[in-house]
Ligand binder design. Sequence first.
Ligand SMILES: C[S@@+](CC[C@H](N)C(=O)[O-])C[C@H]1O[C@@H](n2cnc3c(N)ncnc32)[C@H](O)[C@@H]1O
Length: 276
Amino acid sequence: MSIAAWEKVDDHPGYRGMCEAMVERAGLTAGCRVLDVGTGTGIVPSVIEKCCPAGIAVTALDPDEGMLAFTRANRRTVDATYRCGFEEMTDVVPERGFDRVFAANSLHLAESIADAVRSVATMLAPGGLFVMLSGYFDGAVSARAVPVYAKVLRGAMKRMAHAGVTGVRLDRVAAERLQFRRVDLRSWLGAAGFTTLAEEVLALSFDQELAEATVGSEMFASGVFTGVDPEVAGPALIESVREVAAKTDLADVRRDYLLVVARLDDGRTQGRENER
Ligand SMILES: C[S@@+](CC[C@H](N)C(=O)[O-])C[C@H]1O[C@@H](n2cnc3c(N)ncnc32)[C@H](O)[C@@H]1O
């Protein structure tokens, strides 16, 4: 994913506000040991730096070395980085027993979300919190946004065809694979020993800059198209967003994000919750 593009998403007040909500719900105190999985350009550590007491050390993970290099260079709260995703972290991250694990807009990218949730559980100390945010769940895209997305995708396909790019396919399966069902997430969390403390839906309204940055990202391009390099599809999507934005009010385009706070139970807390 282009770091420049994703940094624009991080700088967007709407997206940043949701990450601030994540950090606020996590109730961090000095000395907390924090793991941020799929850190990207390090928005979670940057919010921690700005909003939390000093003395919080973040271990940041991402499979993309470019993202990690950016985060290492720019986020002071990050004291260790590992090049891996949810799939390898239990093998390569030496420390166990984090107090908080964050996943901001990254859990849906795991090969298996059920396995990822289990791995998160093994990284947490009992009683520790898993705080996740994702805009890729059933119902995330508002009904009014659906035809706008469809226009953007059709426009990008036309542009690539005109440019002589062949073999492009709209990959509905991949697009659906990125999307999990809330009911499944609840059962994966329960099976991994978590109690869900909070589940909130936060709405993000798009303006043109945010639409270009998210829809033009490699993550989105590779999620919706196959047979084409995301670095070719991304710019075609951006051009298409510009064309659609010139004719459509993007203020109607909303995406919902799911913020979940779940606590890893030890025997005692689980017993109490189950009595309620
Ligand atoms: C949409 S970005 C979000 C980045 C950042 N957390 C934020 O909220 O701005 C998703 C990040 O997850 C990373 N990623 C991709 N596959 C992953 C995986 N299997 N496990 C963990 N992270 C992954 C990507 O490299 C990317 O940096």
